[in-house]
Design a protein around this ligand. Structure first.
Ligand code: ZN
Length: 88
């Protein structure tokens, strides 16, 4: 009986592993389908694989992303700045 129980457990483990592998593979395929750019949309520099893994669907390299982020922040600051100066 003990042996039968152990076998059942082993089979269950195998099933779990198979499911986990399938999920992991599906996620990998989804990430690829999410069209992460291998090269930056902006400057054409290669996008590091780690960055593509970390941000599914990433389109820009680190440098261009920073420029874009700074532009957005800068626009926000400018609007606030002009409002402040109007108030004063
Ligand atoms: Zn770039």
């Amino acid at each position: 009986m003990a042996t039968g129980w152990a076998r059942e457990g082993a089979v269950q483990e195998q099933i779990d592993d198979t499911v986990n592998d399938a999920v992991a593979q599906a996620r990998r395929e989804l990430t690829h389908a999410g069209a992460s750019a291998t090269h930056c949309d902006e400057c054409g520099e290669p996008v590091p694989e780690r960055r593509r893994d970390a941000i599914p669907g990433v389109r820009l390299c680190v440098a261009c992303q920073e420029v874009r982020d700074n532009q957005r922040r800068g626009a926000g600051f400018n609007r606030r700045g002009s409002k402040d100066s109007q108030l004063r």
